[in-house]
Design a protein around this ligand. Structure first.
Ligand code: FA5
Ligand code: MG
Length: 466
């Protein structure tokens, strides 16, 4: 028969992920819903929009300079995901409320940067792209899903191999060989700033850091230009020239405005200086990636102290949503032909002829509220948390909702919250918006699901329903 599903309320002693067995401990917090998605690997499925997005980005970072890695397994050590990248011991990203742990030392990677150390060791010079599924305990809405896909890119130069040891000159020569673009780029800040976004002065001269930053920025601008130009072409292909842009906010705009992007200073423990790239899209700035000059300690720890380089990380779903006008991140997980058929044949056609996704009819939504006192039932929850509302993490509620109702929930939001003046107990009210992408949910089915969500909250988080 089929293997029995994993149940988070009774932690299994071992868990099997892509054919490999792992021993759990009290840190284990991976729900069966999430475990069931580990084998999907959307970035490898032919004609899947996430895979098409990956291939388009790969085309901007050509082989043999860049090597492509797409088969790295999602289970990594806590060391690889956090320590090797310089995350401090108390960094909030490490919390069990944010990260899926198999055991204290083993987790589902939260980002593709978990493989940087290994790949820096492997890459003497040149660069790589690594695409993979990543896992984060997070809120529930149309742009967040507990599993998504990232692409990590990096480029390194080896001091010992550049002519005359002049690293800055070598990087600028490579920059000169890159194509140009005509996007409007806002980049108001200097390439580094002593406090906000410092140069690694012990390791790089200002000229070297400026050259690496310039190569990084041009490379990523070219990538964004490629994606957004294709998105515009796709949208234009279905919009008659005589009509103005449609009122559907999910359809990429097809006007002739040049693309606008801007560089914003950012912070990551494993790069300095660091930036995020934002694109002006449908009236507001959309963050598409994080990047920076890699911390020299990473290269040194990888046994390559002479390497200097840059790295970036981009969310593939976020780009695919722009490219195809996909309005809801849950759709990427759909096995519904009405979704999948719209992309079929694109890979064989050399990725030309992209068309915006045409949403199938929207099924009705149904809101249900749930109100409860924290720490009421004395259960303490699966994490041993929950007493008097101490250690309340909204992500734990999100996880219960996802586990019970899966893709039938569009979003979950806090509707009300107060503390009782006498008892000091905290009461929360959450609004759950039930809506399937694939069928109409009957009132009965919705009530039944909502009932199971409430039971799950009581049993796993120790709350008391009001
Ligand atoms: C990171 O994950 C860094 N590892 C990126 C990086 C790599 C920086 C290398 C420097 C060098 P961040 O958490 O901001 O950073 O995520 C990077 C991108 O992933 C975001 O810009 C966004 O495009 C995407 N992303 C992040 N969270 C989500 C989410 N919940 N759903 C969809 N996409 C997401
Ligand atoms: Mg970010």
């Amino acid at each position: 028969g089929a293997p029995s599903p994993v149940n988070v309320t009774t932690n299994p002693k071992t868990v099997e992920i892509n054919g490999q067995k792992y021993t759990t401990d009290s840190w284990f917090n991976v729900s069966s819903t999430v475990l069931s998605l580990v084998s999907r690997k959307l970035h490898l499925q032919k004609d899947h929009p996430v895979a098409i997005t990956r291939k388009i980005i790969e085309s901007v970072f050509p082989a043999p300079t860049y090597k492509y890695y797409n088969e790295f397994e999602p289970v990594v050590s806590t060391y690889e995901n956090f320590d090797s990248l310089g995350f401090p011991p108390d960094h909030p990203g490490r919390a069990r409320s944010d990260t899926y742990y198999i055991n204290k030392d083993t987790l589902l990677r939260t980002h593709t940067s978990a493989h940087e150390a290994e790949l820096f060791r492997a890459s003497a010079s040149g660069g790589y792209l690594l695409s993979a599924d990543v896992y984060r305990r997070d809120e529930v809405d149309r742009s967040h899903y507990p599993v998504f896909h990232q692409m990590e890119g990096a480029r390194v130069w080896d001091r010992a191999k550049v002519p005359n040891g002049d690293l800055a000159a070598a990087v600028l020569e490579d920059l000169d060989r890159l194509p140009k673009h005509n996007m409007k780029v806002e980049d108001p800040n200097p390439p580094f700033h002593p406090d906000r976004n410092p140069l690694q002065a012990e390791h790089h001269t200002p000229a070297e850091a400026a050259a690496v930053a310039a190569h990084l920025k041009r490379s990523l601008e070219l990538m964004v230009n490629e994606i957004f130009t294709r998105a515009k072409t796709a949208a234009a292909a279905t919009t008659p020239a005589s009509t103005t842009s449609t009122s559907d906010p999910t359809t990429p705009s097809s006007d002739d405005e040049p693309l606008r992007v801007r560089w914003v200073e950012a912070y990551f423990p494993f790069t300095s200086p660091s930036w995020e790239l934002e694109v002006f899209y449908q009236g507001s700035w959309l963050e598409v990636l994080g990047c920076g000059v890699s911390q020299q300690a990473l290269h040194a720890n990888a046994g390559r102290p002479g390497q200097v380089g840059w790295a970036f990380g981009i969310g593939l779903e976020r780009i695919a949503m722009v490219l195809f006008g996909v309005p809801d991140i849950r759709l990427f997980w759909s096995r519904d032909e009405r979704f999948l058929a719209q992309f079929r044949g694109l890979e064989d056609a050399g990725l030309v002829g992209l068309r915006p996704f045409v949403p199938f009819s929207k099924y009705p939504a149904c809101y249900k509220d749930v109100s409860f006192w924290l720490g009421g039932g004395g259960g303490g929850g699966e994490n041993g948390e929950g007493g008097e509302g101490v250690g309340w993490h909204e992500n734990d509620l999100m996880e219960v909702v996802r586990d019970v109702a899966g893709d039938c929930v569009e979003d979950v939001s806090l509707a009300d919250e107060f503390t009782h003046p006498k008892t000091g107990r905290r009461s929360m009210c959450y609004r759950i918006n039930y809506r399937s992408l694939e069928r109409t949910l009957t009132n009965r089915a919705t009530n039944e699901m909502h009932g199971r969500v409430m039971k799950g909250l009581v049993k796993r988080l120790g709350v008391e329903i009001r």
